[in-house]
Structure formats: C-alpha cells, structure tokens
Design a protein around this ligand. Structure first.
Ligand SMILES: [Zn+2]
Length: 180
C-alpha cells in the first residue's frame, strides 16, 4: 500500500489530489493516485473551500469563468490559518511533484507538520507584492496549462528560507518559512 506524503500513513489508492484546486480550472496538475490519503485530502478541501469562497477569490474566479456568481451564503473573509495552510499545501505538493530534488536537499518537515495540523510553524505571509527573483515550480507544459487558468507557482531559496509565490489572476501571495 502506498504511503501518504503528508501523514506517512497507508493511503487509499483511489484518492486523486489536485495540486491546484480543480475549482480553479486545473485538471492536469495532479499527484499520482495514493500519494495523499483521503483524510489529508478532506482536511485540505476545507482550507481550499475557505480561500476559494472568500470575496477576493470569488471575484477573480468569476473573471476566469470558473464560477458564475460571486454571491455566496458562505462568503466570508478567510481565516489566516486556512489561507496559510492552503498555500503551504500547494507549495509542498508542487515541489514534491515538480521539483522533487528540493525535498532531498532541504528540510520540509516543519511544513509537513503544519499540514498535519500542529500549527506551530513560523512563517511570513505577504500579499502586497510578488517575488522579484523567482523560478517556476511546474515544468514547461504544466506551467503553460496553469497559466491559461490564471495560476502561477514560483519559488526561490534565500539563505535558510524558501519563498513561495502563488499568483491567481490579480491576486498575489508570497509565503516564506525556514527550510533548515
Ligand atoms: Zn495523509
């Protein structure tokens, strides 16, 4: 049985994990079956739901035609903990899938722990401006496909930190945390 890359427990092989949520139009950028267990997958769905149904994201999703109406009963500002874990999930899974060598060279345990719900990660979140020096995490084809849906995932390492940038349309988020 395969092991979940988040909680290290045995994983249900039928679970498909979208690295970038399907509700942003992504159908190709996914992890092979079984790499994320159903329990972790369900936990991540809650973070995604909170972020994607916040006013800012709903408005942007409407521009890309992946949602019809920006008016939702659940339309509330997203809690920072959900926002952070949503970004960290995309960071962890995209690095695992597209830049796996980073997993061997740096220490992603603190990020993995946070994704398991321990909640003591030290990080900084920026949503004012993006990174000036950066590289794409997804390779050429995935990058192109995601960009059609308005999504860009970038990273860089500086000193003992990883900087992760997720762009969706006009929304820019950068999260940084230690990887030593
Ligand atoms: Zn798991």
């Amino acid at each position: 049985m395969p092991e979940c890359i988040i909680c290290y427990k045995d994983s249900n092989e039928e679970t498909i994990e979208h690295i970038v949520p399907r509700s942003l139009g992504n159908i190709h950028y996914i992890l092979p079956k079984g790499l994320v267990c159903q329990i972790c997958n369900q936990r991540f769905s809650k973070y995604e739901h909170a972020v994607l149904n916040s006013p800012e994201w709903l408005q942007e999703r409407k521009k890309f035609g992946v949602v019809k109406n920006t008016i939702s009963n659940e339309m509330t500002a997203c809690r920072e903990v959900d926002y952070t874990r949503f970004l960290l999930k995309v960071l962890y899974e995209s690095i695992y899938f597209s830049k796996n060598w980073c997993m061997k060279e740096y220490n992603f345990e603190n990020i993995r722990n946070e994704l398991n719900g321990y909640g003591n990660l030290k990080y900084t979140l920026f949503n004012t401006k993006g990174l000036s020096t950066k590289k794409s995490i997804p390779g050429l084809i995935d990058r192109w496909r995601l960009k059609r849906n308005g999504v860009q995932l970038n990273y860089c390492f500086r000193e003992d930190k990883i900087y992760f940038e997720m762009i969706y349309g006009s929304i820019v988020n950068v999260i940084t945390t230690s990887i030593v």
